[in-house]
Design a protein around this ligand. Structure first.
Ligand code: DHK
Length: 144
């Protein structure tokens, strides 16, 4: 069974209350349940986490070294600011899929740059909760 770590950054615990036009109306728990359903189809074991703290996300990425087969990350606002998360991701030797509910490239200019993009095998954005589903499907193609 392939192990997929799914990391969610700051404010993603507030999904359901955030702007539905950008983020959809599902809560993070709904998205986790959706991911678990899709993961089961691919025989993936998923570890789904959220943190509002940059250092905690860095530690989780470091701990994943040698222990997961792929990583999906929606780093939230840290996507655009965190060199520390980028440097931690660089240590991983497994596929990384960058995920966003909204499409940051078509939003405010300060969301256009991503520290994660260049390290990612793929970036999937703009499909709300379905971005997570498409990211898992992509990993299905890559890993199975
Ligand atoms: C989530 C956030 O919280 C924003 O800070 C990013 C991302 C976009 C998303 O679309 O999932 O800019």
């Amino acid at each position: 069974m392939k192990k997929i770590l799914i990391l969610n950054g700051p404010n993603l615990n507030m999904l359901g209350k955030r702007d539905p036009k950008q983020y959809g109306s599902m809560t993070l728990a709904d998205i986790e349940a959706l991911c678990r359903d899709v993961a089961a189809e691919y025989d993936f074991e998923i570890d789904f986490r959220q943190s509002n703290h940059e250092g905690e996300l860095v530690e989780w990425i470091q701990q994943a070294l040698g222990k997961c087969d792929a990583l999906m990350i929606n780093a939230g606002a840290y996507t655009h600011t965190s060199l520390a998360i980028r440097d931690a991701l660089e240590l991983l030797e497994v596929p990384i899929i960058e995920v966003h509910l909204s499409d940051p490239k078509t939003r405010e200019e300060f969301r256009h740059f991503s520290y994660i993009e260049r390290l990612a095998t793929a970036t999937i954005s703009g499909q709300k909760d379905q971005s997570y589903v498409l990211a898992l499907k992509k990993l299905g193609e890559i890993l199975n």
